[in-house]
Design a protein around this ligand. Structure first.
Ligand SMILES: *Cc1c(COP(=O)(O)O)cnc(C)c1O
Length: 413
């Protein structure tokens, strides 16, 4: 059997139809960045856009910019662009708030659409904020709602006529497991269960077809694969058929039918705008728009294909180069069931990640023993995967991880 070589990876880069997009990002030299699933890289255009915005729009035009530069239209305009990434219509998505807050808003709206049902189903391994938000809302409502947490393979059995909403994250943040969004949505709908999908770890890394799947509601994050910058605004989706009946949870003035009449009574806007709360975060939205525009230039089928190949390459090289060091795959082998990351398990995972960072490879660690490597197809090269696995080999062969400063600090509980 022939092993893969670095030359093979360079050849894959020469043939990569997305290869030119890398130049549109500012990436520090000497660094291999495998954490784009936590914080996406900086688009060159974002620096220029923010500079212009600060100097001219804020600095000179000041409050006139709400109209002159359409600051007021940003949540809808950027929402409409995100809609094209997730298979939605432009009046179904709006950019606002954080993922956590949008989840709270939409879950509350969804529960009001199913007033006679009391169960919310989710996955036990779901991202913590999603679970906390559900629990917190249940407590606030005080109507006897109940969170039913199950394992992935028990989901279909957990859906029955008592369930109001299924809250799912499409790609698991730890294992990278990709759920079949269409199949689960269909199963939920057969029981009259509304679906609320969290796309934080999937949107921007693969095509998503919310409307083709019949999804009711969705939320997602702006700072991961959308490359919107640290703490970027998130987005929310509500299918057109629910727009009239989905009530706003937090009745803020930006969701009012006519905010600038300053009327004392609340009247919700007609469409998706009613789910806005307060003044839009203009700087964050501007940076997010640059990230989204970049993604709209790429063919998402190609993005997905490259993401799968990068993951396959990582796992294959890990087996080829690091077989002696006791790593176990913690993500699905089948790339059609995997998001845009790989996860491997090692008892010394924390120390290994610290030693890799010293070697110029940034991945991250998730307790208890998972090393996670995000594979952002817009700016990663195949040769980066080669170099990242070579660095891992160096760290393991030299035992560079085995230093006191890489020991996990005991946490005080
Ligand atoms: C990243 C992520 C979030 C982040 O929520 P914030 O409100 O932006 O902190 C939420 N859910 C999932 C599944 C995520 O991956």
């Amino acid at each position: 059997m022939y092993g893969l070589s670095r030359d093979d990876c360079e050849r894959l880069d020469r043939e990569d139809p997305l290869g030119t997009l890398r130049g549109r990002f500012e990436l520090p030299s000497g660094l291999i960045y495998l954490d784009g699933n936590s914080l996406g890289a900086l688009p060159v255009g974002a620096r220029q856009r923010l500079d212009e915005l600060v100097r001219v729009q804020w600095g000179e035009d000041l409050i006139r910019s709400w109209n002159r530069h359409d600051w007021i239209g940003m949540p809808r305009r950027i929402g409409a662009k995100i809609a094209r990434l997730i298979g939605a219509r432009d009046d179904e998505v709006i950019a606002a708030d954080s993922t956590s807050i949008n989840l709270f808003k939409l879950l509350a709206a969804a529960l009001r659409l199913r007033p006679r049902r009391r169960i919310i189903v989710s996955e036990r391994t779901n991202f913590p904020t999603d679970l906390y938000i559900i629990e917190g809302l249940i407590e606030l409502l005080g109507q006897g709602h109940e969170l039913r947490l199950v394992h992935a393979d028990e989901l279909s059995d957990a859906l029955d006529e008592k369930v109001a909403v299924l809250v799912m994250t499409q790609v698991d943040y730890r294992s990278g497991r990709l759920h079949d969004l269409a199949a689960l949505t269909r199963q939920a709908q057969a029981k009259g269960v509304l679906t609320l999908w969290d796309l934080s770890h999937s949107a921007g890394a693969m095509p998503i077809e919310l409307n083709a799947a019949g999804v009711d509601m969705a939320v997602g994050c702006g700072y991961k694969y959308l490359n919107g910058g640290p703490g970027a605004p998130a987005y929310l989706f509500i299918a057109r058929r629910h727009l009239r009946d989905a009530q706003p949870t937090i009745a803020g003035w930006m969701g009012h039918a006519a905010p600038f009449t300053f009327a004392p009574d609340y009247r919700p806007a007609a469409g998706i705008e009613r789910h806005l709360v307060g003044t839009p975060p203009v700087l964050g939205l501007a940076a997010l728009e640059v990230g989204v525009d970049l993604l709209l230039e790429a063919d998402l089928q190609l993005v997905r294909e490259k993401s799968r190949r990068l993951g396959d390459l990582y796992l294959r090289l890990l087996d080829q180069e690091c077989a002696a060091f006791g790593f176990e795959h913690a993500c699905p082998h089948d790339s059609t069931r995997r998001g845009s990351q790989v996860a491997v398990r090692h008892p010394q995972g924390y120390a290994i990640i610290q030693a890799l960072i010293v070697e110029g490879v940034i991945g991250d660690f998730r307790a208890p023993d998972i090393l996670r490597f995000g594979l952002a197809p817009l700016y990663l090269r195949y040769v980066d995967i080669w170099d990242a696995v070579a660095a891992l080999h160096r760290v393991m062969a030299s035992q560079a991880w085995n230093k006191p400063e890489f020991k996990r600090k005991a946490t005080v509980t």
